[in-house]
Ligand binder design. Structure first.
Ligand SMILES: Cc1ncc(COP(=O)(O)O)c(C=O)c1O
Length: 425
C-alpha cells in the first residue's frame, strides 16, 4: 500500500512507514494513493468478522504483510463483537462498544497496536501518551501483553474519574501508569519534552499512539461491513448511515468502506453544537468557532483533524460534498433524543443519540437507517442517569476492575524525574 502526504504530495510512504511515522511533513495526513474496490463484496458479507476483516485489510495493505499475518493480527485485535440492534422497524444501532474499553476506539487502537508490534521488529519500543481519561484506557488495553512494547501513560492526579482510573491503572505487566501531580496540560508538556529529547528517544525507542494513524482508519472500515452482514438481505439496498462526529475519523472510515464497494446510499455527519462541518456543508465557508463543552464531550471539536482526508476522498472520487448529509443537536435536543430512544426500549448515550436523531429526521420512506453507537452508556453514567432519571448499572468490564488495586506511580510534573523513570522502566 502506498500513501501520500495530503499537504506535501511528493512525500510518499509505504503502509509500514505511515504507521510508524503517524504524520507526514508539515503535519500532513497520509492518504492511500489508490483505493481499488473489492471484487467480492457479497461473498465477504457471508463471512465472519475476523475472516472478512482480514481479507479487506489485506486487500488494502497489499503484500507488505502476508495474508496469514494480517489474519493473525486481526484475530488478536478484533476479539469482541459489533452487533446491530433494531431500534425501530427501519432503524438499527451498530454497537461498537463491546471491546475491553467499551468504545469504538478499541477497533482502531487494537489493530494499530498489532501493527506497531509487527513493524517494530526486535527493537523494543516505548509508547508514551498523556490522557485525560479515555485514550489511556484504549491504549493500555490495546498494547497490554505485547512483546517488545512498553507503554507509559501519564494522567493528571485526581482529575479523571475513579472508574476511568481503575480501567487502565490496574493492568500492570508492560503497562506503566503515572499520576502526575498537576493538570492534563502538564502531562502533555511532559510528553512533548520527552519527544524533544533525541537521546531519550533513541535510548527507549519512543513512539506515539497517535489518533490520526492510518492503521486505525483501516481497522474502522471493517465494522461498516460487519453491520451490513447482519442486516436482513432485503434491507441492504438503501442504507443511510449516521455517524456521530468529532474528529471525523469514523466518517472517513465509512466513506472508505463505501469507496471499497460497500453499497451505502449516503451518510449523515451528526455533530453537537461544535458544528463547523454542518455549517460548512450548508454555506461553503469554513468558520470554526471556539469549542464549547457539551454532553457529548468526545465530539467537542471545532477543527476536526480528519476533515482533510474527507475532502481528499471526495476530490479523488470526483464526488461533490453536497452528497454528504449533516446536522447538529444542542444539548437540550440530545437529552430529548436520549429519552426517545429509552422510550423505544434502547439505552443509549449522548453521542449515539445525536446520530439517531439526525437519522430519524432525514431518513426517507423505503430507506434503512443505521446509526453508530460509539460508547457504552455506562461510560457516560452520570449524565445518562441524570437525563433518564434511573440507575443504569455497570457493565462487567468496569465492575470487574472496580475492586482491583491501582498500580500507578506518582510523580510531580518534573521532566528530569520522568526521564529517569522512562530510562529505568
Ligand atoms: C464516544 C465517541 N463518539 C464519537 C466520537 C467521534 O468520533 P470521530 O472523532 O472519529 O469523529 C468520539 C471520538 O473520540 C467518541 O469518543
Amino acid at each position: 500500500m502506498n500513501l501520500y502526504n495530503i499537504k506535501e504530495n511528493d512525500e510518499q510512504v509505504s503502509f509500514q512507514q505511515a504507521v510508524k511515522q503517524g504524520l507526514g511533513r508539515n503535519q500532513g495526513l497520509f492518504f492511500p494513493d489508490t483505493i481499488t474496490p473489492l471484487a467480492n463484496v457479497d461473498e465477504l458479507l457471508n463471512q465472519d468478522l475476523v475472516t472478512r476483516s482480514a481479507a479487506i485489510l489485506h486487500h488494502l495493505i497489499g503484500d507488505e504483510l502476508s495474508a496469514a499475518d494480517v489474519k493473525d493480527m486481526v484475530s488478536k485485535a478484533f476479539n469482541f463483537t459489533a452487533p446491530i440492534k433494531a431500534v425501530q422497524d427501519d432503524i438499527y444501532a451498530l454497537e461498537l462498544f463491546h471491546g475491553p474499553t467499551l468504545a469504538f476506539k478499541d477497533f482502531g487502537g487494537r489493530f494499530m497496536a498489532q501493527c506497531l508490534a509487527k513493524f517494530g521488529g526486535d527493537q523494543p519500543i516505548t509508547i508514551l501518551t498523556a490522557t485525560s481519561g479515555d485514550t489511556g484506557a484504549a491504549v493500555a488495553h490495546a498494547f497490554y501483553g505485547l512483546e517488545n512494547i512498553k507503554v507509559v501513560i501519564l494522567y493528571p492526579k485526581g482529575k479523571i474519574s475513579p472508574l476511568q482510573e481503575k480501567l487502565f491503572c490496574t493492568l500492570g505487566g508492560n503497562i506503566t501508569t503515572v499520576s502526575i501531580e498537576d493538570d492534563f496540560d502538564a502531562c502533555q508538556a511532559l510528553v512533548k519534552a520527552s519527544f524533544d529529547d533525541e537521546e531519550l528517544k533513541q535510548a527507549i525507542g519512543l513512539n506515539s499512539a497517535n489518533s490520526i494513524n492510518i492503521s486505525r482508519l483501516l481497522a474502522q472500515i471493517c465494522y461498516y461491513f460487519e453491520a451490513f452482514s447482519q442486516l436482513p438481505a432485503d434491507k441492504r439496498n438503501d442504507v443511510v448511515v449516521s455517524v456521530p462526529s468529532g474528529n471525523f475519523g469514523n466518517l472517513t472510515a465509512g466513506l472508505l468502506a463505501q469507496a471499497l464497494g460497500l453499497p451505502i446510499k449516503r451518510f449523515i455527519a451528526a455533530t453537537n453544537e461544535n458544528d463547523t462541518v454542518p455549517r460548512y456543508l450548508a454555506d461553503g465557508s469554513w468558520a470554526p468557532k471556539k469549542t464549547v463543552a457539551t454532553l457529548s464531550n468526545a465530539m467537542d471539536v471545532s477543527q476536526p483533524n480528519n476533515w482533510p482526508r474527507i475532502e481528499e476522498l471526495f476530490k479523488v472520487k470526483g464526488k461533490s460534498l453536497s452528497e454528504l448529509g449533516s446536522g447538529m443537536l444542542t444539548d437540550a435536543e440530545t437529552e430529548v433524543a436520549l429519552k426517545q430512544l429509552d422510550d423505544k426500549g434502547y439505552l443509549c448515550e449522548p453521542h449515539g443519540a445525536i446520530a439517531f436523531d439526525q437519522l430519524e429526521k432525514q431518513l426517507q420512506p423505503g430507506e434503512t437507517g443505521l446509526f453508530l453507537c460509539t460508547a457504552h452508556p455506562a461510560k457516560f453514567k452520570e449524565s445518562v442517569e441524570e437525563i433518564l432519571g434511573k440507575d443504569i448499572g455497570l457493565p462487567k468490564e468496569l465492575a470487574d476492575r472496580a475492586d482491583l488495586d491501582l498500580l500507578s506511580k506518582e510523580l510531580p510534573a518534573d521532566f528530569a524525574q520522568l526521564r529517569e523513570l522512562l530510562l529505568n522502566n
